[in-house]
Design a protein around this ligand. Structure first.
Ligand code: FMN
Length: 262
């Protein structure tokens, strides 16, 4: 079992320290697993050291395909590392009430995965550290990254410049353990997680849009044309598909009034 932690801090600071604690928990769960010791490889990708250039906003990847990105760097290698992992931990400290620029650039360079979810077999954990405020928008921003990764666990740890009283220190230790356990359980389950209604709505929204705008978004069109109910083979509750399609058909009336997509 492989876990990759993608660290968005420009230094090996608090976020790295908390991620190491998650790593230790995961390894201890794996070593003492009821069904016998589980092999768990834990790897780090420090965005500060990664060969990932700044997105230039050419907008080639989203409509035409990520292979059309003019930047020649390690984006594809990073994607392969993600795909070779069972679980991804996205880590960012809160800087100015949101993710760091390193994490935002990572999000932009992989923005095409929002249109064409790629990491459908990866379980996702989010980890945020903050002095005090801005945790909610940062978690929200992170949860919109990594199209397709199935979000299973969220952890936010406050790291003020002063020491916690022992009672609170214990609470934080417990929170870290709890979020790590949740992630470990999801990692161990090889059953595909059932798509939620929002997952189905997301899928149908992009599929419908790709069909209507196939000349503007050919990469999306090719991605969705052979997929009917979801990004991967799984059982989808037909009621979820029905309601999602109905909602989209209602909202598309306004769209058709406004835009000429031919
Ligand atoms: C440039 C900068 C901006 C920050 N902005 C916030 C903020 O908006 N809210 C907050 O609670 N903490 C803020 N902090 C504190 C960090 O979120 C906190 O110390 C975090 O644990 C740092 O993690 P790191 O050591 O991995 O970089 C900021 C820190 C820096 C360096």
């Amino acid at each position: 079992m492989k876990v990759l932690a993608i660290i968005g801090s420009p230094k090996k600071g608090n976020s790295y320290r908390i991620t190491q604690q998650v790593e230790n928990h995961l390894k201890s769960f794996a070593n003492s697993d009821k069904k016998g010791k589980v092999d768990l490889e834990f790897d780090y990708l420090f965005l500060k050291d990664a060969n990932l250039e700044m997105c230039r906003g050419c907008f080639a990847c989203i409509p035409r395909g990520e292979e059309k990105c003019p930047l020649k760097d390690s984006r594809a290698d990073i994607e392969n590392r993600i795909l070779a992992s069972n679980g991804i931990i996205l880590v960012s400290p809160v800087y100015s009430m949101n993710v760091t620029w390193l994490m935002k650039n990572f999000m932009d360079r992989f923005a095409y995965t929002l249109h064409r979810p790629t990491y459908v077999n990866q379980k996702l954990m989010l980890l945020v550290t903050a002095g005090e405020v801005g945790i909610k928008p940062t978690l929200k921003a992170l949860s919109n990254t990594m199209g397709g990764g199935y979000l299973v666990s969220k952890l936010a740890v406050k790291t003020p410049p002063f020491k916690y009283k022992p009672k609170y220190e214990e609470r934080i230790t417990r929170d870290i353990q709890k979020a790590s356990r949740k992630f470990y359980r999801a990692l161990k389950s090889d059953k595909p997680l059932p798509p939620t209604f929002w997952n189905v709505l997301w899928f149908q929204a992009f599929k419908t849009t790709s069909e209507r705008n196939k000349h503007h978004f050919p990469a999306d069109y090719n991605f969705y044309k052979d997929k009917e109910y979801f990004f991967y083979e799984t059982k989808v509750n037909p009621l979820k598909t029905f309601v999602a399609k109905r909602m989209l058909s209602l909202s598309s009336r306004g769209f058709d009034k406004k835009f000429d997509t031919k």
